[in-house]
Ligand binder design. Structure first.
Ligand code: HEM
Length: 197
């Protein structure tokens, strides 16, 4: 299996089925692609206003990069709402995660912005021109997509970091994991004292 497909599969398998994107939810999104696409320009604007409005996230971007980044988000939005949200979609998200690692986009930044998109859709569900129950289903489906995007991307991030360490240190991943656990156990002693718990 291709590595990106494998990373996405592992991430999805770790999440309880009850909170994955169901085929019905994927269909609900695709069935309302036109209404969702109409929200695209506003989401993209708000997304980058938020990132450029905060120093640590703004610092990720190079001079004059914003128009290019806006276009990549438009492409992501279009592909997401048109579907299909399938194995290929999740393997693409795994790759997008790796692309972000190289640019020093951290997991807290990614998770916060996945949440941002879900919140935006929920807050604007009344403007989709759908009956309230249907609009609510669309917003709920998007929340699942955002959650699973976070799972796939953070797993891809961990995987990228540990396999890079493996390449550099030349140590089997299982040994690295044991050494990591031993270090963390030691750090936890100090952490417990600090937190008082
Ligand atoms: C839900 C969250 C996010 C999604 C869905 C997303 C999506 C994407 C996509 C689809 C690409 C294009 C990848 C490609 O070339 O195929 C991209 C690139 C990029 N994104 Fe994001 N992004 C997210 C969050 C962020 C955040 C939080 C930042 C910065 C703080 C960021 C900064 C960038 C940068 C700098 C690139 C260009 C990478 C490169 O090619 O050098 N993204 N993003």
């Amino acid at each position: 299996m291709d590595p990106m497909h494998e990373i996405a599969r592992q991430a999805i398998e770790q999440t309880p089925p009850a909170i994955r994107v169901t085929p019905e939810q994927a269909s609900v999104i695709a069935a309302h692609a036109d209404e969702l696409l109409a929200l695209g320009p506003e989401i993209v604007q708000a997304f980058y206003d938020t990132l450029y409005g905060h120093e640590p996230t703004e610092a990720v971007f190079g001079e004059g990069e914003r128009p290019m980044r806006e276009q990549t988000l438009v492409d992501w939005w279009t592909r997401t709402v048109r579907g299909p949200i399938d194995d290929n979609y999740w393997s693409w998200m795994a790759m997008v995660g790796l692309i972000h690692v190289i640019r020093r986009v951290t997991n807290p930044m990614m998770l916060a912005m996945a949440e941002f998109v879900a919140d935006f859709v929920a807050a604007n569900q009344g403007r989709l021109g759908l009956p309230p129950e249907e609009a609510h289903q669309v917003a709920e489906a998007f929340r699942r997509v955002a959650g699973m995007t976070g799972s796939v991307i953070t797993w891809g991030y961990d995987h990228a970091v540990s396999s890079a360490l493996f390449e550099v240190a030349g140590m089997p991943e299982a040994l690295l994991a044991r050494l990591r656990d031993a270090e963390i156990e030691e750090a936890l002693v100090g952490a417990r004292q600090e937190v008082g718990n």
